[in-house]
Design a protein around this ligand. Structure first.
Ligand SMILES: C[S@@+](CC[C@H](N)C(=O)[O-])C[C@H]1O[C@@H](n2cnc3c(N)ncnc32)[C@H](O)[C@@H]1O
Length: 384
């Protein structure tokens, strides 16, 4: 399903039946545990902070640190993110791209603790999955909000709650693998963000894309007004969602430019990129029954994920003045389409990676011109 191009302390948390988070001990990295000399920006303590990291809007729970990122941080949303995690597992067969490279980098070495960072860790599934696969490594997830998905994560996993826009100074030169997946909606400047991540270690990037394609992999027509045959409400909804996310100041448009941005990062070598196409619903056939089955599973997971996303994005529409009947038209039309499967559509996922080179951070900081920002970086890998 892909086109390749050349190119603490553990976070122990539970959620009670009323939906209130009962945080027992969630402690950000300190110099002693992360091995870095700079402490984390924020340390969370449940007794002291209670719900300070979370807020309620329209009957859902959201992070309270970053107003730009406006998708919920509750069980319903984490269940949606789980579909994306499973989809990646089914499609890639691994939790990560570049798997031989990653496995070589993370292989045990006497006297060295390998460290993996997940920026925007969401439900924490990837952190826990990597902690289980690499029990000798330390895995750290950073997010704006605590997830109620995990009771006690494995002892080699922990979580920090910080806004990534504030920088990662306490992880510079101290990680082996840095992963970030679908975070652009909460990031101000994605070029700067890639640079910041590359200062920490080898980088893996992935972003889902909000534009849908038809079965010929051309842009899917959107529905307006009452909608016409062949037009899609889901494509329209995702387009409006993208615009709403951009209006909140995020770098959502960087999703299609991961490869170009990684290429421009002076700290990365061996940069590569690829685009994966995922069917929305179980309509696509493979070359054999096993491939067909895999595509069906991927399609079903993506359909479930989009169905749940339709609920998660209502608050962002309301916050920007969309009328309730129009939002309901988006939801009903999209659900009908996905159930009837009259339209055969794909969603695209952009991925990129790069290896940290030997350029010292000091030389980069003495030449600020080299630090890329999102700016104009071309059209995206598929247009090359
Ligand atoms: C769409 S979810 C993806 C979660 C996970 N990476 C995955 O693929 O399932 C985006 C996550 O990034 C987090 N996030 C977005 N902006 C962030 C920021 N500025 N700092 C920290 N976390 C952020 C959100 O809180 C959310 O959990």
């Amino acid at each position: 399903m892909s086109d390749d191009f050349d190119f603490s302390d553990s976070a122990s948390q539970a959620k009670d039946g009323d939906g209130d988070y009962d945080m027992q001990s969630v402690v950000s990295s300190q110099a002693s545990s992360s091995g870095s000399t700079v402490p984390s920006i924020y340390s969370f303590n449940s007794t002291r902070d209670g719900m300070a990291l979370l807020r309620h809007v329209e009957g859902r729970i959201f992070n309270a640190q970053n107003d730009m990122y406006f998708l919920p941080a509750d069980d319903t949303e984490y269940a949606r993110l789980e579909k994306g995690y499973l989809l990646q597992l089914v499609d890639l067969g691994h939790l990560y791209i570049e798997h031989e490279n990653v496995q070589r980098i993370l292989a045990p070495e006497p006297g060295k603790t390998k460290r993996i960072l997940d920026m925007g860790s969401g439900s924490g599934n990837w952190v826990v999955g990597m902690g289980t696969e690499f029990p000798h490594a330390e895995v750290i997830g950073i997010d704006l909000a605590p997830s109620g998905s995990w009771g006690e994560p494995p002892p080699n996993c922990r979580f920090e709650y910080d806004d990534l826009n504030l920088g990662l100074a306490h992880f510079y030169n101290s990680c082996d693998i840095v992963n970030t997946h679908s975070t652009s909606g909460g990031i101000k400047d994605y070029g700067w963000y890639i640079n910041e991540a590359a200062k920490c270690g080898m980088l893996l990037l992935a972003e889902g894309h909000t534009e849908l394609l038809n079965s010929r992999k051309e842009l899917q027509e959107m529905a307006f007004g009452e909608g016409n045959p062949g037009e899609s409400w889901l494509a329209r909804t995702l387009f409006e969602f993208y615009n709403a996310t951009k209006r909140r100041g995020s770098s959502a448009d960087a999703r299609t430019k991961l490869y170009e941005l990684a290429k421009r990062c002076p700290l990365l070598s061996n940069v590569g990129g690829r685009i994966d196409y995922y069917p929305v619903g179980p309509w696509e056939r493979g070359r054999n029954s096993e491939e067909t089955r895999r595509k069906e599973i991927v399609g079903i997971l993506l359909r479930q994920s989009f169905t749940e996303l339709l609920q998660s994005i209502k608050p962002i529409f309301f916050s920007q003045g969309y009328d309730a009947p129009l939002v309901q038209q988006f939801v009903d039309g999209s659900e009908r389409e996905m159930n009837e499967l009259n339209l055969h559509m794909y969603a695209r996922c952009y991925r990129a990676w790069g290896t940290r080179n030997s350029i010292p951070l000091e030389s980069l900081e003495s030449d600020a011109k080299q630090i890329p920002t999102t700016g104009d970086c071309g059209q995206g890998v598929d247009d090359q």
